[in-house]
Design a protein around this ligand. Sequence first.
Ligand code: AMP
Length: 283
Amino acid sequence: MADSPLRTLRDVATLRATTAAARAKGHTVGLVPTMGALHDGHLSLVRAAKQRCDLVIASLFVNPKQFAPNEDFGRYPRDEAGDAAMLAQAGCDLLYAPGAEIMYPEGFATTVEVTDVSRPLEGESRPHFFGGVATVVTKLLLQCLPDCGFFGEKDYQQLLVIKKLARDLDIPTEIVGCPTMRESDGLAMSSRNAYLSPEERRIAARLNLVLHDAIKEARAGEAIAEAEAEAARHLLAAGFSRIDYVAMRDAETLAPISALSRPARIFAAAWLGKTRLIDNMEV
Ligand code: AMP
């Protein structure tokens, strides 16, 4: 891509040589893994990386291993040129956009599986998902060997999974969590919001409001299970077609809670037609 606004690397050897040269100069390296179709949530990670690291690399790879056969891999939005322009504008230094043949060469046979924090919530609804995420993120971290990796709290369970794999596998990268960026009506920014019809987009804004209400009720003393059930009822009444879960959980272990005695978060996954939205927030 000769006229890309951002230097783009496509293979592991060039990435390694580039990060090794930066480290040899005493520069720190930050990696921001993405699946592209970028929005301001992704760019907030780039900005956080720029504050912490000298060389900021964003990766772009739509990872087939984290989609089940019936999911949206084929129609997931792809716009590398547009993404490169946004990254350059945000001050990103390099784009790493490997092809599938680089990430999963013929004969690829390894899966990284994180137990415990992978199991509930997304793990129950999308059993293939965290195996795919953990495998690709492990590869990206080992390919790049960044000092810091930046991930959004929008995917809070994923952030816990990645922290755990980095710790368990002695990957020398600090995993940094960054706050969820939202639209003006509170909808968490997501590449999948592009799937929503105008009517669905209007309903989608209810998700964060219903979670705020559930937090208020639980803080006011309502039983956790009742606050969860009421939130699910409100989402269905607002027009969501199906609820995968609405759950308040321990913020560290994701274990179910019966009282707000330790740091907790509320998590939800709900469908609007063919689009599945997730959100979470601190209780
Ligand atoms: P994705 O391209 O959806 O795989 O996301 C790439 C990274 O951006 C992940 O670490 C996400 O958690 C993060 N991210 C996605 N949406 C947001 C958001 N609204 N605010 C902050 N980070 C986000």
